[in-house]
Design a protein around this ligand. Structure first.
Ligand code: AMP
Ligand code: MG
Length: 482
């Protein structure tokens, strides 16, 4: 498309910063999005655009669309793809990186927080290996919907700003429409970014990356950066553990299965990232996994906390020399820190269950018995939690437990604000995506509205709150959608 567009306001309404690109040339590969034959803005999250100080009207203009595709971005931004490594299903891959993504830059939001604007599906990069650098519309719409639902549920997550279609068919199992997702995060620095830094630039680079992450994501620690001591990096790592423990505890509370918890999909900011083969369970079981590539169930529902712990152990390894004066002391310190993770997770989960059940976090026995009953009866967690909240039905098998719980006088008002009516149920998502791919966004937008107002019964029809028919989930598999 031409840049000399007719309907674009001439004044450029903003400029992105290039903090990462400037400070980490060794982790950045400058690039541009590929040209699109017939670009079109399919979805724009206007509320988020406003929050970021990006004028929605400009984003809708030809120049805006061009910008969102990562085309002709200078001088508005210095786009780069980021280098990172990662353990994929436990196997270390020394160079992954953004094979189909671009960091356009950072913008300060209305609360003064710096946020990344990032494109997924914008074309080949230095890190593409055999890949085509593109993304298919189905998975892009899926990520938009599920990440926005997670945000509405209060879970730390990357956000979705826009979906653009490129007008190009791309080759997957069949030819499918190509698309670009515009994603926003507190930062895209991953555990895998530290693995790559340590491998290629040693502790000097890891330290700079840690300092950058502290400034960016843990400002409460930043005052110590003037004279950093080992304690600062101990505090930093502990703070990352706390955020990750809380995030995974929220997944547990909501029955969310991420699907691909590789170290490159674990963010230092604690936000949930990369909604590929993720799904919400409808039949509670620790063993549930959906991803078609997770043949061993490594990333099953019940394994998620320990996998996050495993990923954090990979992170602490990259920080060792910063944690103490001598290698021996550093190893001891790392061990002490890692031993804390189990407790941090349990504490975070108790806090989540306390919220969801409207009782005090000290009710450990009540929580434990509740979790045992979930494992025994395998209910649809969302329906069960909402039934408790509204007192509509007494879930069968839970009668004695319910009596004990009710005796505690649970805070039902609070429960109504944390236990969703609407979640992105797999069958609804699949239906919405298949009609969207046939050019009809009606179902998709209806579902999007419901799951982004998850506690408001008026936001959707009763049908959108119901589990799938029996049997659907047994054969449900999700695909990475690359
Ligand atoms: P993901 O499964 O999306 O977390 O991606 C894992 C790795 O594969 C990352 O390094 C991606 O950049 C890369 N990748 C995924 N899909 C593509 C693609 N179509 N072209 C190039 N690289 C890709
Ligand atoms: Mg990824």
């Amino acid at each position: 498309m031409s840049t000399a567009s007719t309907n674009s306001p001439t004044a450029v309404p903003f400029k992105l910063d290039a903090q990462f690109a400037r400070e980490f040339p060794e982790l950045s590969s400058p690039g541009q999005g590929e040209d699109a034959p017939a670009p079109s803005l399919l979805l724009l999250n206007e509320e988020l655009a406003q929050e970021l100080g990006l004028d929605p009207e400009w984003l809708k203009s030809d120049d805006g669309i061009n910008f969102l595709l990562g085309r002709d971005t200078e001088p508005l931004s210095q786009a780069v793809s980021q280098a990172y490594a990662g353990h994929q299903f436990g196997q270390f891959v020394p160079q992954l990186g953004d094979g189909r993504a671009l960091l356009l830059g950072e913008v300060q939001d209305k609360n003064g927080m710096w946020r990344d604007i990032h494109l997924k599906g914008s074309g080949r990069t230095k890190f593409s290996r055999g890949g085509d650098g593109r993304a298919a519309l189905g998975p892009v719409l899926r990520e938009y919907l599920v990440s926005e639902a997670m945000f509405a549920l209060g879970v730390p997550t990357t956000r979705a700003l826009a979906v653009l279609t490129t007008g190009r068919k791309i080759q997957r199992e069949t030819a499918v429409p190509g698309a670009v997702l515009v994603r926003v995060a507190a930062s895209h620095i991953r555990v895998g970014s530290f693995q790559y830094s340590n491998l290629t630039g040693g502790i000097e680079l890891s330290k700079r990356l840690a300092d950058f992450s502290i400034k960016r994501n843990y400002p409460e620690l930043a005052s110590s950066l003037a004279e950093p001591t080992p304690q600062l990096y101990v505090d930093f790592f502990r703070a990352v553990m706390k955020r990750q423990a809380r995030t995974v505890a929220q997944w547990t509370r909501l029955g969310f299965v991420h699907g691909v918890l590789n170290t490159d999909n674990t963010l230092i900011s604690g936000e949930t990232i990369d909604y590929g083969p993720c799904a919400f369970m409808e039949t509670y079981s620790e063993d549930t996994f959906f991803s078609s590539i997770d043949t061993q169930g490594r990333y099953s529902f019940g394994n998620q906390p320990s996998i996050i712990g495993w990923n954090l152990a990979r992170l602490v390894e990259t920080l060792l020399p910063l944690l103490a004066e001598t290698p021996d002391e550093a190893m001891t310190q790392a061990q002490i820190l890692m031993n804390e993770f189990g407790g941090l997770y349990r504490e975070a989960l108790q806090a989540e269950l306390a919220l969801a059940l409207g009782v005090d976090a000290s009710e450990k026995k009540l929580f434990e018995d509740f979790q045992n009953l979930l494992a025994l009866h395998s209910p649809d967690l969302t329906t069960l939690m909402r039934a408790l909240t509204e007192g509509t039905t007494k879930p069968s098998g839970f009668e004695d437990w319910v009596a004990r719980w009710q005796a505690l006088n649970p805070n039902l008002k609070q429960m109504a604000q944390v236990n969703p009516i609407f979640i992105p149920r797999n069958h609804l998502v699949e239906d919405a995506l298949s009609s969207a791919l046939n050019g009809d966004l009606h179902n998709y937008l209806r579902l999007l509205k419901a799951v982004t107002h998850p506690f408001d019964r008026e936001a959707g029809t009763a049908y959108l709150s119901l589990p799938s028919s029996p049997g659907f989930e047994d054969n449900y598999r999700t695909f990475c959608g690359t």
